[in-house]
Design a protein around this ligand. Structure first.
Ligand SMILES: [Fe+2]
Length: 299
């Protein structure tokens, strides 16, 4: 099946005044359609026809050289615009505001606050020279911001795109002329954070099931790491903290600090047990506590 442009989930004029009906019509019906048409033409009657763009974009080096750049630009354009148009909703009716829940926590872990995230995203969008995108992505352990040129997508670098802002002039010139910064600020009013949170929830994360089963001794009792509670972490933190500085146990201070950090995370997340934390956080805690061995390449 060749690719086709998905319909918008809202009316063409629903994002106005932040993004006008005229911009939406030309962007969705002309530009997005053109990427789809060119991708379909390049892939027609090849073994790659019908393969989802997100798969193609992670295997660009396997494509025949004569269609590789065309596919990169146009399957990329198709995939990027699917993400972009699906990430917006009318302001006040699903669009705008701030994320909640686990996505909000992840943004706070990386950027300290939503405002700093927003400023960083705006700066990234402004830093893209010429045509490209600024993205919020997930790298398997945390969220971060990256930029891409042309129609490249972060998925080609092994990152999961959560949210992207199109900074090609076709995305804003009719409404904002050369004022890209005004467009990016306005775009925040129409971001559908529920959709972004869903992508965050679906992003690949490390499998920590074996870590949750690791035995841990708490006050002389054998337990498993996944079932430990805030009280357990506090107990370990204070018991080991009392030993810190005792010569023969060189690591004890850093392990006591890791228990304190785990207690802070359990409390901050309102998590009943370690198993309720996000997998990347579980993995980091297990490494810091020497419950699992450092991976190769780690110091
Ligand atoms: Fe675009």
């Amino acid at each position: 099946m060749p690719y086709s442009v998905p319909d918008l989930n809202y009316a063409y004029d629903a994002l106005a005044p932040h993004i006008s009906e005229a911009t939406m019509r030309v962007h969705h019906d002309k530009h997005h359609q053109a990427y789809v048409d060119k991708a379909n033409a390049a892939l027609a009657e090849t073994e790659w026809e019908g393969i989802k763009p997100m798969k193609l974009l992670t295997r660009l080096d396997e494509l025949p050289e004569d269609i590789r750049d065309t596919v990169r630009n146009n399957a990329g354009g198709y995939y990027n615009h699917n993400i972009f148009f699906r990430s917006m909703a009318p302001a006040g009716e699903g669009g705008g505001g701030e994320p909640t829940g686990k996505l909000f926590n992840a943004i706070k872990d990386t950027f300290r606050s939503f405002d700093v995230f927003k400023e960083t995203m705006e700066a990234a969008a402004m830093s893209t020279f010429g045509s490209g995108w600024a993205w919020l992505v997930h790298d398997g352990s945390r969220v971060l911001i990256v930029t891409t040129v042309n129609q490249d997508n972060p998925i080609s670098d092994g990152l999961t795109p959560l949210l992207g802002v199109d900074v090609w002039e076709h995305a804003y010139y009719l409404d904002y002329e050369n004022r890209r910064a005004d467009y990016v600020k306005a775009w925040f009013a129409v971001i559908d954070w529920e959709v972004v949170a869903k992508r965050y929830a679906d992003a690949p994360v490390p499998d920590v099931s074996h870590i949750l089963e690791r035995p841990v001794s708490i006050s002389g009792k054998q337990r498993v790491f996944g079932e430990l509670t805030l009280d357990d972490a506090r107990t370990q933190s204070s018991e080991l903290g009392a030993l810190a500085g005792w010569g023969p146990m060189a690591k004890v201070g850093s392990i006591a600090r890791a228990w304190t950090e785990l207690a802070k995370n359990l409390e901050g997340r309102g998590a009943a047990t370690v198993a309720d934390l996000e997998p990347p956080m579980i993995k980091q805690a297990a490494l810091d506590l020497w419950i699992i061995a450092p991976e190769r390449g780690m110091i």
